[in-house]
Design a protein around this ligand. Sequence first.
Ligand code: ADP
Ligand code: ASP
Ligand code: MG
Length: 421
Amino acid sequence: MTATIVMKFGGTSVADAERIKRAARRIVGKRDAGKRVVAVLSARGQTTDELIQMAEEVSPTPDPREMDMLLSTGERISCALCAMAINDLGHRAISLTGSQAGIVTDASHTKARIIDVRADRIRQALEDDLIVLVAGFQGVSTSRDVTTLGRGGSDTTAVALAAAIGAEVCEIYSDVAGVFTADPRVVPDARKLPVVSFEEMLEMAASGAKVLQLRSVEYARTHGVRIHCRSSFEESPGTFVLGEDETMEHPLITAVTHSTDEARITLTGVPDRPGVAAAIFRALADANCNVDTIIQNEPREEGRDAEVSFTIAAEDLRAAERALEPIRTGLGIAEIDTDSEIGKVSIIGAGMRSHPGVAAQVFETLAARGINIEMISTSPIKISCVIRSDEVPEAVQALHESFQLSLAEVQRERPIGQEAR
Ligand code: ADP
Ligand code: ASP
Ligand code: MG
């Protein structure tokens, strides 16, 4: 049977007419090479941001269902245009919305989760020798409303379709040539990684490396989808995301990531008794706000009030404030402070698991630049520091240099301080 591949083109790769035609040629090239192709497209350029802005211009708190009706149009435009371009190249293409493509989600508007993919229509179209274009980032809920999958969600559409149709690979085409040791926009000498493990890619995506949406990596790991991140502007291979057992290299540190899209909420005067933290974080969970680093300061004297701080995505700040207000009055919390000027830098590497020296080197590197660390969180393969957002670029560059990540020679799991100079 002919092999099927999924090709996903991000916003910059379809930003104007010339780029749409370029993507069309690339898709047709794969078809001519004997593959069946399902292509997933993002909205063009800044379209999604512009649509969000349009909504905010007419309503301070846009209705989430209507927001999804609006946002889903961006990717439909890209698909219809690309289908036209492919038809002009002498091939037959059909564009489908997420709903037509059988992407079924839960009903949490603006960050819905895919719960099923009913790909019969895609399979039939491939049987009929059509190139299938699917609008990314969207689906239809169990209550038959249009939903969207959260920012960057076209990656997840692509991976979910690849899993459903048994594609041999899910290719993610973007403006970068793959997954790098840091965002190449911030660190010009960042190095392209030939392979990265799911475990590391999950941490990278969760800590700000936009190149793949976090859920797409989770989905690929669960369903065994092979991801290849590559450039839509050149042919050379990019980065493969592989299972831990398939990756040959085990670097001490793989990458430095960053995010400036987060905010911090601090609750002061929090009653110090069992159940209070549970009530706070239950309210946030029910409002669908994903909480990251959490710090609770124990009061020095028993029974006196505690302080709780945590970070969340900046886009969830308003929803979190709304969810916390009734809790504040109900529990007698003194104050809720917010801070949108925070940023986070993280260092990720499967090899750091058994190397406590990594943390010391991170803190020393930031201290040497006079960068103050406000919060710290860790996982076995990640260290994250919350700092001021305007200090993020310098922190990323300093850590990248300190751990010598631009060197082609991979640092093995050697004790810190003994790495090759
Ligand atoms: P697309 O619109 O194609 O989905 P995104 O903007 O979502 O592309 O993701 C690609 C961007 O991710 C790049 O332009 C780059 O600036 C950013 N990025 C952040 N961290 C990394 C990294 N470690 N490797 C590659 N790209 C990264
Ligand atoms: N267009 C959507 C966004 O900008 C989805 C995507 O590009 O993946 O977030
Ligand atoms: Mg993206």
